[in-house]
Design a protein around this ligand. Structure first.
Ligand code: PLP
Length: 480
């Protein structure tokens, strides 16, 4: 017997808002079906599309071994089992909120004191970003998002909330800086289309650029949202990945020093997924300066609480000042070293990257290698890199970059030996391309044409399918 399945499920269940069915996953599939292993599969695909921080696991492991009382699943900690296992208050453990607030302050150079009573839990920054959207906007309302932006925003901000994303095009000619003019243009365009703009969301440091926002830029964005009376959400998930000067400045510090800012418009999203390299712990934070948003987000946090076992462990770990100080220093040292090895290695064959001092990735300029300055040209090159060079890097269109030819390369999810293999492969590929075009041996140094993709009205997943990746997909994670 045949059952009719039409309209059996909701629109959310049947739309493609999650993004997992996109061709982008060809890259993941290529990796999944042929993963690199130094001895067992040396010709396999190297995963460089995952923004994971695996460089300091040894420090966390060491702390856990030295502090068995902090885990309730040890002889030393099991006495706490009853208290912790039944704890389910959505305010979270007091010690956890205190420790996280202190950690956020330390990461920001102790220029601002975060209030533990404003710390609201969520399931990673993924849940935190969605929670903030639920608090600030209704279906059909829009947020302006400077592009290129984190590919998961499509899922996190829009899928279940029904809000829209209006990209703010930032240009390579301006180092992808967020300008007031670009914000204004996107805002006015949205208004012309009768879209109700509720705010701006930025990631600082930026994913995928690896750059940080300077104080002047942030002040200008704050002024903009104040003038328009819309919200500003700052996703500071990469705050502690800054590995060189200038230092990271939290939006909290910026507005503290301004006397013409309405704090009710400012909200921070944070997470320990990148800064501590523990995305599996699902520690996300909403920190809002708006009391009503904070209270609403806290009620909503029932849908994505951090397990009390995790809270208990982290309360203890993050209150250990010596550990935290050493971890943050060592982490940025290791990130800096890795970033240097990669970018200098690429420089040797004429590949340049956007200057950056943060993140778990860099933004590689492959424009001179495009056969055609277009989205198609970018995707063609991307396929060659995946299928022939066997590196899973992410094309700029995944991040809704308006100029073809940029690729995000993750560098902190592999060991030193794999880095060398990846570098050797890229160098060999570049040299082989140069040999194919002997007359144009200097084409690496040429300035590419500043062509752009045609700007779509909104962030529309059906237009440039690879930009709807969800790099943190549990489906993908389960197999990597
Ligand atoms: C800018 C940004 N926000 C949010 C997330 C989601 O992080 P989490 O693992 O904490 O949910 C990511 C993950 O890559 C990200 O890059």
């Amino acid at each position: 017997m045949e059952f009719k399945s039409k309209n059996l499920l909701s629109k959310i269940a049947t739309n493609d808002g999650h993004g997992e069915n996109s061709p982008y996953f060809d890259g993941w599939k290529a990796y999944d079906s042929n993963p690199f292993h130094p001895t067992q599969n040396p010709h396999g695909v190297i995963q460089m599309g995952l923004a994971e921080n695996k460089l300091c696991f040894d420090l966390i492991k060491k702390w856990i071994l030295e502090n068995p009382h902090a885990s309730i699943c040890t002889a030393q900690g099991v006495d706490k089992l009853n208290d912790i296992a039944i704890f389910q208050d959505y305010h979270g453990l007091k010690e956890f909120r205190k420790a996280v607030a202190k950690f956020m302050g330390t990461v920001g150079g102790n220029k601002f004191t975060f209030d533990p009573n404003r710390i609201v839990m969520s399931g990673g920054a993924t849940g935190a970003n969605e929670t903030v959207m639920f608090c600030l906007a209704d279906p059909g309302d829009a947020f302006l998002v400077p592009s290129p932006f984190y590919a998961g925003f499509g899922r996190d901000l829009r899928w279940r909330t029904g809000i829209e994303i209006v990209p703010v095009d930032c240009k390579s000619s301006d180092n992808f800086r967020i300008t007031r003019a670009a914000l204004k243009e996107a805002y006015e365009k949205a208004r012309k289309w009768n879209i109700n703009v509720k705010g701006v969301i930025i990631a600082n440091p930026s994913n995928p650029l690896g750059t940080i926002l300077d104080r002047d830029t942030m002040t200008s964005i704050v002024r903009f949202v104040n003038e328009k009376n819309i919200h500003l959400v700052c996703d500071e998930i990469y705050a502690a990945t800054v590995f060189g000067s200038p230092r990271f400045i939290s939006i909290a510090e910026v507005i503290q020093d301004m006397d013409d800012c309405n704090p009710d418009l400012i909200h921070i999203v944070y997470s320990l997924s990148k800064d501590m390299g523990i995305p599996g712990f699902r520690v996300g934070i909403v920190y809002s300066f708006n009391d009503r948003v904070m209270h609403c987000a806290r009620r909503m946090s029932s849908f994505g609480l951090v397990s009390s076992q995790t809270q208990y462990l982290l309360a203890s770990m993050l209150s250990d000042d010596e550990f935290v100080g050493n971890f943050l220093r060592e982490s940025s040292k290791r990130l800096s070293k890795r970033h240097n090895v990669f970018t200098k290695g690429l420089e040797q064959v004429g590949i340049s990257c956007l200057a950056s001092n943060a993140g778990l990735f860099f933004w590689m300029d492959m424009r001179p290698l495009l056969k055609e300055q277009s989205l198609q040209g970018e995707l063609e090159l991307w396929r060659v890199i995946i299928n022939e060079v066997k590196l899973n890097v992410s094309p700029g269109s995944s991040f809704r970059c308006s100029e073809p030819g940029w690729f995000r390369v993750c560098f902190a999810n592999m060991d030193d030996e794999t880095v060398e293999v990846a570098l050797d492969r890229i160098r060999a590929f570049v040299l082989s391309q140069e040999n194919q075009e002997p007359d144009e041996s200097k084409h690496w140094q040429k300035k590419p044409l500043p062509l752009s993709f045609t700007s779509s009205r909104l962030y529309d997943e059906t237009i440039i399918s690879p930009h709807i990746i969800s790099p943190q997909s549990p489906l993908v994670q389960a197999t990597t």
